[in-house]
Design a protein around this ligand. Structure first.
Ligand code: SAM
Length: 233
């Protein structure tokens, strides 16, 4: 990738994830071993992503950062077969789980990148190549000293904007109100973004399932807050 596109959005050694020890179930391991070569995009050498070559067609591209177990990813992709979805996740059991869902549901419009999304966005995505980013329930990093690990913060948000086509969107949601306020401030102050709901939260999107994070939030009396920003021309 050209030198001018190389940006370091987080200081060296700061990661937005904590690698969990979580064991893989037998079925996740089997899916990983048998299906990764078919649905995981190789990232050795961090090649620039050529979406038409990866998916075998020209279509809208949505990139999901940190899909967890891929529950929303699979449901949204199944309901929108005309759009191609690239899910990025570092947690191996989650990759195994989404692989098995892709196979079980016969989904042709999902590929997975098993890697740090910050590096993928910075080094493997071309400018103006993405129609939307989904960032659902990212790790909230509630302690003040960990705020620097939050995914939705500048200058990373500026990098996301540069990868969006004009009119492309960022869809964020969290059940941590303090992170929601923080993300709203970071996104609102990022040049080139406009909030589709004025300066506030967006209505719950109908076409997504309730994930375990949302279920837990509801049980514990926390509201899920969503933000939808669009790249202005
Ligand atoms: C709290 S979980 C939410 C999972 C999912 N989006 C959901 O709604 O169920 C956040 C996920 O983001 C992943 N993650 C965080 N930073 C990441 C990064 N830089 N690259 C890839 N995955 C990341 C974590 O591994 C974790 O699985």
């Amino acid at each position: 990738m050209a030198e001018e596109n190389r940006v370091t959005p987080f200081p060296r050694g700061i990661h937005t994830y904590a690698l969990r020890a979580g064991r893989m179930t037998e079925s996740q391991r089997r899916s990983f071993e048998t299906l990764a070569s078919r649905y995981c995009v190789p990232c050795d050498g961090k090649p620039v992503l050529d979406f038409p070559a990866i998916f075998g067609r020209e279509a809208r591209i949505v990139v999901e950062i940190g899909f967890g177990m891929g529950i929303s990813t699979a449901a949204i992709a199944e309901s929108d077969p005309g759009t191609d979805f690239l899910g990025i996740e570092v947690h191996t059991p989650g990759v195994g789980k989404l692989l098995s869902e892709i196979e079980a549901r016969g989904l042709r419009n999902i590929r997975i990148l098993h890697h740090d999304a910050v590096e993928v966005v910075a080094e493997m995505l071309l400018p103006e190549s993405v129609d939307g980013f989904h960032i659902f329930f990212p790790d909230p990093w509630p302690k003040k000293r960990h705020h620097k690990r939050r995914l939705v913060r500048r200058p990373f948000t500026e990098l996301l904007v540069s990868r969006l086509k004009p009119g492309g969107y960022i869809h964020f949601m969290t059940d941590w109100s303090e992170y929601a306020d923080f993300a709203l401030a970071e996104l609102s102050s990022t040049p080139g973004l406009s909030n589709v709901s004025g300066s506030s939260w967006t209505e719950r999107t109908a076409r997504r399932p309730v994930t375990k994070f949302e279920q837990r939030a509801e049980k514990e009396g926390r509201q899920v807050l969503e933000i939808r920003m669009v790249r202005t021309a």
